[in-house]
Ligand binder design. Structure first.
Ligand SMILES: [Zn+2]
Length: 246
């Protein structure tokens, strides 16, 4: 349960200070987290009064202000993330070197020199825009590779999948629909190979169990005996994915 609403607090915090409030019935206490995308995220137990929450926030003012400053710097860094010179795609054992050519053209163009070398010709634009175009190109590049790999693994498990798609997603590594379509996050291609393959097996296990029940995890562990370790590693793996993907 998440309530996405911007809330305001009175007190020592700046008047334009806002945060994202999430109500979690299972939360036992208020949890404060800060990240550069959402800023301050406050998870609260059900039924906590606004007054009680405000007093917690006011008490934590110093921590919040320091954290928001770090997050703002991180956000600026992300904006300034330079385009990649080398694209490493562990899941498909691929490395693509990228040359850049600045030219007075209208649109960014990507030329494929050979299987492991591309040239990006671009007008004078921010890095973020070049990163977006390369990311979009990579979605197209990865789609046939991902199709082949997912179907290979499915075949090994004696399974059939319908469609396999690739998208850039923020939170999920992959998903599996009720009609056996599998969607993979582009970011999985950039994970360590065993983690990428683990995500594929996770989604394939959803062909049998459309939930995260004990049966689901039993099946996944049959196919991936290291499932517990891999799951733990996957939780931290977001930081290993290149930040220019956007
Ligand atoms: Zn799942």
């Amino acid at each position: 349960m998440a309530e996405r609403a911007e809330k305001r607090v009175q007190g020592v915090l700046p008047s334009d200070f806002t945060y994202l409030k999430r109500i979690n019935p299972r939360a036992k206490r208020v949890i404060l987290r800060i990240n550069h995308r959402d800023g301050l995220v406050v998870t609260v137990p059900k039924g906590l009064s606004k007054k009680d929450l405000d007093s917690i926030l006011v008490e934590k003012t110093d921590w919040i202000l320091a954290g928001l400053e770090v997050a703002a710097r991180r956000k600026l860094e992300e904006i300034a993330t330079p385009p990649p010179q080398l694209i490493k795609i562990p899941l498909f054992d691929q490395r693509i070197t990228v040359d850049y050519d600045s030219w007075q053209i209208q649109k960014i163009a990507i030329d494929i020199n050979d299987a492991s070398h591309i040239t990006v010709t671009h007008p004078d634009v921010e890095s973020a825009i070049i990163n977006q175009i390369i990311t979009k190109w990579l979605v197209g590049w990865c789609t046939p590779h991902m199709n082949k790999l997912v179907r290979e693994v499915a075949h090994k498990r004696g399974l059939e999948v319908a469609k396999v798609g690739v998208r850039l997603q923020k939170s999920l590594w992959g998903s599996c629909s009720a009609n056996s379509n599998i969607s993979m996050n582009l970011r999985t291609a950039f994970l360590a190979k065993e983690l990428g393959l683990f995500v594929i097996d996770h989604e394939l296990a959803h062909l049998t169990h459309h939930n995260h029940s004990a049966d689901f995890y039993r099946l996944l562990e049959e196919r991936q005996p290291e499932a517990k370790r891999l799951n733990a590693e996957l939780k931290k793996a977001g930081a290993t994915v290149p930040s220019w993907l956007s």
